[in-house]
Design a protein around this ligand. Structure first.
Ligand SMILES: NC(=O)C1=CN([C@@H]2O[C@H](COP(=O)(O)OP(=O)(O)OC[C@H]3O[C@@H](n4cnc5c(N)ncnc54)[C@H](OP(=O)(O)O)[C@@H]3O)[C@@H](O)[C@H]2O)[C@@H](O)CC1
Ligand SMILES: Nc1ncnc2c1ncn2[C@@H]1O[C@H](COP(=O)(O)OP(=O)(O)O)[C@@H](O)[C@H]1O
Ligand SMILES: [Mg+2]
Length: 289
């Protein structure tokens, strides 16, 4: 297994172009949320914009729109027809990348909506949380998942999708086989997180137990979706995304410790994490690139 090193990240990272505008930095669509779990998709959406894409739209059930637009005015929102859970995923623009699943729930109407969504989805995609849980009950839908889609299960989600594993090593081996069989990228979250496309497997080198907190995976989904929207290739987006996510916790831990760190702190520290990566590249901050 290869390590995600500073050198690898330095070669992946693409600084913002001087002449960029919001229309050239990608438009991320985050689909999820349900009554009582709107925080998850809010966290994903905020993380996406803080990771550098130009525009973010959240597709949420009706009850999520005012929550989202109040808590995060920079994001646009599209309301599902249904009040409390997603029932039909329709939108009238072409997103640069889509992240789906955080807080979405697994109600029957949402399951049907996700099944229809998979029939027509185009372009880069991240599947997380309840979208993975739905897939676990409908494995035949894996055929509909476009190749190079990024799946971001935690160990329990991965076991639901496959089978119970007794050891981390067995689960990692299974993740490689799963990625190869379904032509997807698996980000198997944990301590450490591994990323595999079935041919190559990488172990992340950042992050610590501060990340063991509600919503930290929802934030990761937003980060990776944003990188896809900005034009990073799926494997690169997964590598840079998990590295940045972990780096925020490494930056925080020396002055906050692990206990009080929450998912919003990951989002708040993304700027410092990007600056750290920019230092690795050897170019001074503000260099005209
Ligand atoms: N504010 C909001 O709106 C929030 C909304 N959220 C949303 O809630 C939905 C449900 O997602 P979820 O992940 O909380 O539930 P679920 O899939 O049952 O997994 C939990 C179980 O999995 C296991 N487990 C997890 N990590 C593990 C690890 N590293 N290593 C080993 N085991 C691990 C562990 O199981 P145990 O070991 O206890 O058996 C744990 O009890 C989803 O849509 C999400 O987006 C949340 O993000 C929270 C904030
Ligand atoms: N002890 C730990 N060390 C490093 N990373 C961790 C640790 N615990 C959790 N994480 C990371 O935090 C995230 C948790 O994701 P997830 O379980 O999906 O959270 P949620 O669904 O609440 O958003 C993953 O990226 C995981 O790798
Ligand atoms: Mg999660």
């Amino acid at each position: 297994m290869k390590q995600i090193t500073r050198d690898l990240i330095s070669t992946l990272y693409k600084p913002t172009k001087e002449d960029a505008h919001k229309g050239t930095k990608g438009h991320a669509l985050l689909v999820g949320g349900s009554y009582g779990k709107m925080g998850s998709i809010l966290l994903s959406s905020k993380a996406a914009l803080r990771t550098g894409c130009g525009l973010v739209t959240a597709f949420v059930p009706e009850c999520g729109v005012s929550i989202l637009q109040t808590a995060f005015p920079e994001a646009m929102a599209i309301a599902d027809d249904n009040q409390k859970a997603i029932s039909s995923i329709t939108f009238d623009f072409e997103p640069s990348a889509i992240g789906i699943g955080p807080g979405m729930g697994t109600e029957e109407t949402t399951e049907e909506a996700f099944g229809e969504f998979l029939k027509s989805v185009k372009g880069p995609l991240v599947i997380d949380a309840d979208a993975l849980n739905i897939l676990s009950g409908k494995r035949e839908w894996l055929k509909r998942v476009p190749s190079t889609t990024i799946l971001t299960p935690h160990p329990k989600e991965f076991d639901r999708l496959t089978k119970t594993h007794d050891t981390i090593e067995a689960r990692q081996k299974s993740a490689v086989a799963f990625a190869s069989e379904h032509k997807v990228i698996v980000v198997l979250k944990g301590a450490p997180t591994i990323i595999t496309n079935g041919t190559e497997t990488f172990e992340n080198t950042t992050g610590n137990a501060a990340l063991a907190t509600a919503g930290s995976g929802d934030v990761l989904t937003g980060i990776i979706t944003s990188l896809l929207a900005q034009g990073y290739q799926p494997l690169e987006a997964a590598q840079l995304g998990v590295y940045l996510h972990g780096l925020t916790a490494d930056i925080a831990v020396s002055h906050t410790g692990t206990e009080s760190f929450i998912a919003s702190d990951i989002i708040g520290l993304l700027g410092k994490a990007f600056l750290r990566i920019k230092e690795y590249t050897g170019k001074p901050i503000g260099f005209r690139n």
